[in-house]
Design a protein. Structure first.
Length: 251
């Protein structure tokens, strides 16, 4: 089934009590955070911007690092708030029906909406922390940006002098093994798998859909554009996330 939220909702959806959600950039666009691969995405419009999120460029080129810190500074100053999609998932937890949110996003908006941090698996890390690529020391993004504002265009680690980077997973950077394991288990051990606002083009995250489908778990995809896994889904919804999710997940 493809297109709109069905009315009435199918029984297998309303009966689900252990729902795993995979969220991508599309759930945050209504909060003013642009996506990356959509028709109006950051990398679609400006392929050069992808270099800022590629580890090899970041390590090799101080100018890329300076541009990245300026981008973080500009984004950090924006006031972004959770939207109706995030709030619907927080409400799903209050209903007692949420198992886990596996998010590709680094914005922290699920937690800001009221989702319990222990139920959110941030597969690509978080923009709210900074990590040294040498000694792995962590500090807050706030403290790093204070140093940028004070005149350090490419602040180094205060512990070892190494290169600092936002605690997000860049292209070419290994995912955290324990985080991946938690995501895989969440996909394997649920009674409904819901993919929201993700193009399902980035691996291994896209493979979570196949894991759920192999367990014969119903898959629901909510995304404006077609994905490579639409044929595995019991339901595909192309309506806007902010209006579709509250109706799909009504208690």
């Amino acid at each position: 089934m493809t297109g709109v939220v069905p009315d009435p909702l199918p029984g297998w959806l309303t009966a689900a009590r252990r729902i795993t959600v995979l969220s991508g950039a599309g759930i945050s666009t209504d909060s003013g955070i642009p996506d990356f691969r959509g028709p109006d995405g950051v990398w679609t419009k400006n392929p050069e911007a992808e270099k800022l999120a590629t580890l090899s460029y970041y390590l090799a080129d101080p100018e890329i690092r300076r541009r990245s810190w300026l981008m973080r500074r500009d984004m950090h100053g924006r006031r972004v708030q959770p939207n109706a999609g995030h709030l619907a998932l927080a409400d799903l937890e209050r209903q007692g029906r949420l198992r886990t949110i596996v998010t590709q996003n680094v914005d922290g908006l699920h937690q800001a909406a009221g989702s319990s941090p222990e139920r959110v698996v941030e597969i690509h890390g978080t923009v709210h922390a900074v990590e040294c690529l040498s000694c792995r020391a962590r500090t807050s993004m706030e403290s790093a940006l204070e140093r940028v504002a004070a005149g350090e265009p490419d602040p180094a680690c205060l512990e070892c002098g190494g290169i600092l980077k936002s605690a997000t997973i860049s292209f070419g950077q290994m995912l955290d093994g324990a985080t991946v394991d938690a995501a895989v288990e969440a996909a394997r051990d649920c009674d409904l798998f819901l993919a929201v606002g993700t193009s399902l083009q980035v691996w291994p995250v896209a493979g979570l859909v196949e894991i759920a489908a192999r367990e014969r778990t119903p898959v629901v995809i909510v995304n404006a554009e077609p994905t490579p896994f639409d044929d595995l889904a019991a339901l595909v919804v192309t309506e806007p996330i902010g209006t579709a999710l509250p109706r799909l997940l009504a208690g």
